[in-house]
Design a protein. Structure first.
Length: 54
């Protein structure tokens, strides 16, 4: 049985190369508001289009 959070949480994920993308995406699917920051400029296109704002 799936349960929804009563109040969506605002989460910020900071990653050097984008290795936390799967956890950030799973958190967004649970109804949370997720933002993600990737430090490495060449890796910033990882997850583009996954409803996670970089």
């Amino acid at each position: 049985m799936k349960t929804q959070l009563t109040t969506p949480r605002k989460l910020l994920f900071v990653s050097r190369w984008g290795e936390i993308l799967e956890i950030a995406y799973a958190a967004s699917l649970k109804g949370n508001k997720v933002k993600m920051c990737i430090e490495d400029k060449d890796s910033r296109d990882i997850g583009f289009g996954a409803d996670i704002y970089i």
